[in-house]
Write a protein that binds this ligand. Structure first.
Ligand SMILES: [Fe+2]
Ligand SMILES: [Fe+2]
Length: 481
């Protein structure tokens, strides 16, 4: 039986000077395009980069930078960036994807002059599409034969085979973890109404349980986020936002302490709502102006509550900032309005802004009263609302959720109705599904089908369908079996 393995498991983390080297590499990659080759600051940075590069290259017999499934590697070590590093690297990654570049290998002797030429060369490189041969030839003509550009096609990691039995076990474990998280949110909200302190140890345990699960098998948890009609939406919403945020954090290779802080920030992002009248939160009709005025107080109320009821440490500080910033938006059009210093939201807040909006729009509960299908939501977020969100993080989250999100219902070319279990990383159009019925009705015994396998090649997904239109309660298929 093949257990799913995580890409970053058992991989040594890069040391501080190695992270610095990759950070400076991306910095030079970007600067080379905007300044002349004689610019003093640029030359200074290049010389410093070269010094560290020489030391590490000697020690490790060559240097290879790679990007695999949005994780950064220096030789075979995983690079964990901080917020600044991530925003710098993020832009380069999106560009490299368009260019078809998956990494760069430096082998043999390389002089400072050659390194300078290399950055100038990279500044002018055009999309390479199918093949990198011409780029390699160009590098040779520039006298840079010791540098090789690696294709992103060679960097793809195949999704590990997971047996039906193992996946079933993970789905059961995911339910336990998910509902435990939901009950901790409920307990915390009830405690804060009574002005009792938040049980930090319990909350951390729950967040760590979610991190373990997301790292090993995100799809079983994502499947649960598809249930949008829990009675108490606030608890489910906070748990969903936490699961989504953690999937993004894991993709960004955040280390465990930061994942833990991100998880807690996400779990408590709407804590301030408990201080608002319950009728407002549950109001079935659209909000009027007065309702909005009240609603817009929840970020500030949340931050205050966290600082008052949570023992002050890094978790509390991060959570308070996340609660405060999650509706500010990238273009500052949200709330609360910052009057003095317009400080951009930090990485955690940027992640939460995106996943929070996604959950709200796909649920249709609080701000808009009509549920929108996930694919439509991403279109809306990318085109109509793009000024609000960080484009790199939005793209990353869209990639994680995929074209057919876990837990959504689809129509197959065989006229059958199926629920998506998990995406197939190498062929996103052919997910693993549970076939639950056809146009005539539901089957007594649903069956699993891996649409990427030969056996099910004749079936393909036609489109996502609305469960309500078919009178299907997807909870039945997510929670029972
Ligand atoms: Fe909120
Ligand atoms: Fe929210």
């Amino acid at each position: 039986m093949n257990e799913p393995t995580n890409l970053t498991e058992n991989i040594k983390p890069a040391a501080r000077n190695e992270i610095k080297l990759l950070y400076d590499f991306f910095g030079l990659f970007k600067t080379a395009r905007i300044v002349s080759e004689n610019n003093a600051t640029y030359v200074g940075k290049l010389v410093n980069f070269f010094k560290l590069f020489q030391v590490l290259k000697e020690e490790q017999d060559g240097i290879t930078f790679k990007i695999i499934s949005d994780h950064f590697f220096l030789n075979d070590k995983l690079v964990h960036f901080d917020d600044k590093g991530l925003s710098g690297a993020g832009g380069v990654v999106s560009e490299w994807k368009i260019l078809g570049i998956g990494g760069v290998r430096f082998a043999g002797e390389i002089t400072l002059d050659e390194l300078g030429k290399f950055f100038r060369f990279m500044a002018e490189i055009k999309p390479v599409g199918e093949n990198l041969d011409t780029v390699h030839e160009d590098l040779k003509t520039h006298g840079l034969a010791n540098i090789e550009i690696l294709s992103s096609r060679d960097m793809e990691v195949p999704t590990p085979e997971v047996s039906e039995e193992t996946r079933q076990r993970f789905r059961k474990m995911a339910r336990v973890t998910f509902f435990r998280a939901m009950s901790v949110v409920e307990e915390t909200l009830v405690d804060t109404v009574r002005d009792k302190d938040i049980n930090i140890a319990k909350t951390k345990r729950v967040v760590h349980g979610l991190i373990d699960h997301v790292t090993r098998d995100a799809s079983s948890l994502l499947e649960l986020t598809a249930i949008k009609d829990f009675d108490d939406y606030t608890y489910a919403h906070s748990t969903n936002v936490c699961v989504y945020a953690l999937t993004v954090g894991v993709r960004l290779s955040l280390d465990r302490p930061r994942l833990s802080q991100l998880g807690m920030t996400a779990l408590f992002h709407d804590l301030g709502k408990i201080k608002l009248p319950a009728d407002l939160i549950r109001k079935p009709e659209a909000f009027d102006e007065d309702d909005w005025v009240q609603m817009q107080l929840h970020p500030m109320l949340g931050a205050k509550t966290i600082l008052r009821n949570l023992k002050f440490d890094a978790h509390a500080a991060r959570a308070a900032r996340g609660a405060m910033e999650h509706h500010i938006n990238r273009d500052f059009t949200g709330y609360p309005q910052l009057r003095l210093e317009k400080r951009p939201p930090n990485l955690f807040s940027k992640i939460i802004t995106i996943v929070d909006a996604f959950d709200a729009l796909t649920s249709g509960r609080v701000y808009i009263k009509k549920r929108i299908e996930p694919d439509e939501v991403f279109k809306k977020m990318r085109f109509q609302m793009q000024v609000k969100f960080d484009p790199f993080l939005l793209k990353l989250f869209n990639d994680i959720i995929g074209i057919y999100p876990s837990g959504s219902l689809v129509l197959l070319s065989s006229n059958e109705i199926a629920m998506i279990l998990t995406n197939n990383e190498t062929d996103k159009a052919r997910p693993l599904v549970k076939i639950i019925g056809n146009r005539d009705g539901l089957f007594a015994r649903p069956s699993w089908a891996d649409l990427a396998s030969e056996e099910h090649r004749h079936r393909r997904v036609i489109r996502i369908i609305d469960p309500e239109r078919y009178n299907i309660d997807i909870k039945d298929f997510i929670l029972k079996d």
